[in-house]
Design a binder for this molecule. Structure first.
Ligand code: SAM
Length: 527
């Protein structure tokens, strides 16, 4: 079995070899090559550290795998490929990502943080990020139990990426000294047990958090927490396992809606061919009233937010008394409820007007609940709207009236009568990978970039609709958007082989929505 003594002698051998390789050469002539060689040495050492850490958790070596395969990160049109030095998989699931360096300076630390943040977006199963470096150059000490903080720049970067919680480990004592390169025999520094044990312990803890996460093979792998046995990172402090005793009994007392999974009402099939696959111009309140009951499978929409935006054909300039605004919306939700099939879903994208302290998403959710819809969930659409991060503090550095900022919007998801919507399995178009990623309800999607082109001030991006439709509906389903603007929902519905109805009060927007559909149809004919 591998021990830390093996690592220490492996390290010595590798450094001795590099001493021979670069003997007699000036430091500045070989700096890049030396740094690369040492980085490789760190990578090999780190793999052994990880193996030893894993042996403290499980004797089954086959559950642990390491590679550095590139991960594909998609933006709207472009593809960016990215990997770090060691990707750790436990039970086939990518859990920990590690960058190995001879030493890390601030610019490199920033680059690693950005890569890690991108990886985290693309692979939500990753729970920890590590940098393992031979020597330290970041201003703190990262190799002992009592860690000191890094330089001011490092602290600032950590604050700018609070979600990353980068684990930095330094394998050798002291700081890097450019004039004392350790591949010169006179400056050689040995690896010491204390630091190796510290590194092993850090990886053991990170992998321990994941080790109860089991793979369930039903088509694609899903993540399932072993019932009642999940140990939490802080369970030592709590000195107990968080286990709910008599869970089912307690659920019965609480009377949530989880068990509502069957459709009780009887609905007759009706011919709606004259309504579907149309963009209709008019006030939704009036148009919807003419529609029959129970025929729509899914509603995806975003109402005007009452923000004061410049919509076409809006004499009120999107700013009316809040109560009138909510009353109007409620009349439209009522019609939405009626036209929705039992088990149909409604997904409403809203952003509260924080500066008015108006929790629009809560008010609308309350309206939908009161109509009898069942709350299915809430998606945080993370837009990374960083502009708002640096302006309007409210009371600066004072608790008198701080102003909270949001880089995201909400999508409230409700369903009618039943949480379960049974459909033809040949009409499912979500892949296993998409399902795995999208059930994590925080979606990183860039805001729509074509608002100027389509002359609309508040479009949502196609990707948001793609995810909602694939996750909550089947192909051939009827999709309704009662505030369809320039037709993002109807376009995506068409592209993903669903039927659609879009309603908007503005003639100009309806015309653009139709043109977008025609353009897509033209493209389809070309292929
Ligand atoms: C937030 S925008 C929707 C944008 C759309 N999601 C898109 O991507 O193009 C809200 C839309 O509701 C429309 N609208 C406002 N009041 C309406 C009403 N009573 N009936 C129908 N549409 C209305 C506005 O013209 C505006 O285009």
């Amino acid at each position: 079995m591998l021990t830390i003594k093996d690592i220490e002698s492996e390290y010595k051998k590798a450094i001795l070899e590099s001493q021979k390789l670069y003997a007699g050469r000036r430091v500045k002539d070989t700096a890049g090559a030396v740094r690369y060689t040492k980085g490789k040495i760190v990578e090999e050492i780190t793999k052994d550290i990880i193996k030893i850490a894993w042996s403290k958790i499980s004797s089954d070596e086959t559950r642990l795998r390491m590679d550095k395969k590139k991960v594909i990160i998609k933006t709207n049109d472009e593809v960016y490929k990215l990997s770090q030095d060691i990707h750790i998989y436990i039970d086939g699931i990518f859990r920990i990502s590690v960058e190995c360096k001879s030493y890390t300076e601030v610019a490199m630390y920033k680059r690693i943080l950005i890569d890690a943040a991108l990886l985290k977006r693309a692979v939500p199963t990753i729970t920890s990020f590590f940098i393992v470096q031979l020597e330290n150059f970041l201003g703190g000490d990262y190799g002992r139990k009592v860690k000191t903080k890094g330089s001011e720049s490092v602290i600032t970067l950590d604050r700018l990426f609070p979600e990353m919680e980068m684990n930095v480990i330094t394998l050798l004592d002291g700081n890097r000294d450019i004039n004392r390169p350790l591949h010169k025999s006179e400056y050689f520094k040995p690896l010491r047990d204390e630091r190796l044990n510290y590194a092993i312990e850090q990886f053991r803890k990170a992998m321990l958090i994941n080790q109860n996460v089991k793979k369930r093979i039903i088509g694609e792998p899903l993540i399932e927490y072993k019932k009642g046995l999940m140990t939490y990172p802080d369970s030592k402090i709590l000195k107990r396992e968080r286990k709910v005793i008599d869970r089912v009994q307690k659920e019965k007392i609480r009377k949530g809606t989880k068990d509502l999974t069957v459709i009780k009402s009887k609905v007759n099939e009706i011919d709606v061919s004259d309504i579907v696959d149309k963009i209709i111009c008019g006030n939704s309140e009036d148009i919807l009233r003419k529609f029959p009951d129970n025929f729509v499978d899914i509603i995806v929409t975003s109402p005007p937010y009452n923000f004061g935006l410049e919509y076409e054909n809006d004499k009120n300039k999107d700013a009316i008394y809040w109560q009138d605004y909510f009353d109007k919306l409620n009349r439209i939700w009522k019609e939405c409820y009626r036209v929705l099939k039992p088990a149909g879903r409604i997904c409403v994208n809203v952003q509260p007007l924080f500066s008015d302290y108006m929790p629009t998403h809560h008010v609308i959710s309350r309206q939908l609940l009161e109509l009898g819809l069942l709350w299915k969930g809430e998606i945080l659409w993370e837009k990374h709207n960083y502009n708002c991060k640096y302006t309007a503090w409210g009371s600066w550095q004072s608790p008198s009236m701080p102003y909270l900022k949001y880089t995201w919007e909400f999508v409230e998801v409700f369903c009618k009568e039943s949480h379960k919507k049974v459909g033809d399995s040949s009409k499912i178009d979500i892949t296993g990978d998409e399902f795995k990623k999208w059930v994590y309800a925080k979606w990183d999607i860039a805001p729509e970039g074509n608002m100027r082109k389509y002359n609309h001030p508040a479009m949502f991006p196609e990707e948001l609709v793609v995810r909602l439709l694939k996750l909550f509906s089947y192909q051939d389903d009827i999709v309704l958007d009662p505030f369809s603007g320039v037709g993002t929902t109807t376009l995506v519905a068409y592209k993903s082989k669903r039927r659609y109805i879009g309603i908007d009060i503005s003639k100009e927007y309806c015309k653009t929505a139709e043109e977008r559909l025609k353009e897509e149809q033209k493209q389809m004919r070309l292929f």
